[in-house]
Design a protein around this ligand. Structure first.
Ligand SMILES: Cc1cc2nc3c(=O)[nH]c(=O)nc-3n(C[C@H](O)[C@H](O)[C@H](O)COP(=O)(O)OP(=O)(O)OC[C@H]3O[C@@H](n4cnc5c(N)ncnc54)[C@H](O)[C@@H]3O)c2cc1C
Ligand code: SF4
Length: 327
């Protein structure tokens, strides 16, 4: 690890410095520093100053960014109001990691691209802008099929972000230029031009809280994840679906997928296609066919384009069954 200065500020305002990098639970940051992928000169520890806590109200859940993933995963009112979020958390990492890792840090973890995480690999535009992309033409089974470019094809790694994007979560941010509130879907950037710039956060800005609007679709939501092994593994593909069904027809749909995009991938065209339909096989098949619009395989990951509609159909069926039971 390269030498660095670690600061433990006494308050959140004192932490908001444009010239520093942050660490919270450290489960991703420490690994990246050990591997010399990230070499911050000045690191600010947020763990004592970020708010922690969860509030579930009738129409909104608020999760402070310093809350551990495990505290959120085991909070029953949240699992009743937005089960997809709980399922995504439980399917992430392990209890030990989740006890250290924070909700805010999860959304900002870096990609699992093996070329990015190996400094011995010269070509990685995300780590060394302008150097190329070793995954294109290399081993790319786990890589993205949506939002890619000749610059980068790495997937976004967070399971939680997929469930939250589907449920239209929003973020409270604070920084040297003041506080602001954004949609989570506006946080992550695609790889198109500058893959090294992954988010729309400003210098010195931190996430302070996550807000989830609660409704029938969030209550009837599921998260389904396909991975190579049952634990300690990121998604090959995943799907978050929330549905409201009234009088046998879908009146609200919330859909996103993970493991397929360079950011958590909102499928609003699939959502629109489902509205007003009964959740029959034919209607679902027609809607999920839209999920792969614009998808491009890079060789080893072509199977994801075939598997996306399969997994999405399964998730929609599960959410529809859940919505039917509650109707
Ligand atoms: C073995 C293992 C398995 C895993 N499996 C999964 C998995 O299956 N699914 C999954 O989604 N994740 C998985 N993870 C990733 C894990 O969930 C993340 O490492 C963790 O959530 C990051 O949170 P943290 O608080 O430790 O962040 P840190 O490592 O402290 O920070 C990560 C990044 O976020 C920034 N940051 C942290 N908090 C804030 C904030 N509030 N505002 C602004 N910036 C902030 C830091 O500057 C840094 O850039 C796994 C991790 C490990 C080690
Ligand atoms: S996919 Fe992106 S992160 Fe991976 S090697 Fe290519 S540029 Fe780097």
């Amino acid at each position: 690890m390269m030498p660095f200065t670690l600061e433990r500020p006494a308050s959140l305002p004192a932490a908001l410095r444009a010239d520093a990098e942050f660490i919270a639970g450290g489960t991703d940051m420490v690994q990246l520093m050990q591997e010399h992928i990230r070499t911050p000169g000045r690191l600010i520890d947020l763990s004592d100053v970020l708010p922690r806590g969860i509030l579930v109200d009738t129409d909104r859940a608020r999760i402070d960014a310093g809350t551990s993933m495990e505290a959120a995963a085991t909070y029953t009112p949240l699992s009743e109001a937005a089960p997809a979020v709980t399922m995504a958390l439980i399917e992430s990492a392990s209890p030990q990691v989740r006890n250290l890792a924070t909700m805010g840090g999860n959304l900002l973890q870096r990609t699992r691209c093996g070329y990015f995480r190996d400094v011995a690999v010269a070509a990685c535009n995300k780590r060394r802008p302008g150097s190329g992309c070793a995954a294109i033409g290399g081993e790319n089974r786990n890589f993205a099929v949506l939002g890619t470019s000749e610059q980068c094809i790495a997937t976004h790694a967070s399971d939680l972000a997929v469930a939250l994007v589907a449920l239209r979560a929003e973020l409270d941010l604070d920084g040297p230029q003041g506080a602001r509130h954004i949609a989570l879907s506006d946080l992550h950037r695609s790889a198109a031009d500058r893959p090294e710039i992954e988010t729309t956060l400003r210098a010195g800005e931190v996430i302070t809280a996550i807000e989830i609007p609660l409704d029938a679709a969030s209550a009837n939501s599921v998260y389904v994840k396909v991975r190579d092994r049952a634990a300690f593994e990121w998604a090959l593909l995943s799907a978050a679906v929330g549905l409201r069904i009234e009088g046998g027809k879908i009146t609200q749909a919330r859909i996103a997928m993970g493991g397929v995009g360079t950011r958590p991938w909102l499928l609003d065209r699939v959502e629109s296609a489902l509205l007003g339909c009964a959740p029959t096989r034919a209607a679902v098949a027609e809607a999920v066919a839209l999920a792969t619009e614009g998808a491009r395989g890079w060789g080893h990951n072509d199977f994801k384009i075939t598997q996306m509609p399969v997994l999405l159909t399964r998730a929609i069926e599960l959410a529809a069954a859940q919505a039917g039971e509650r109707a």
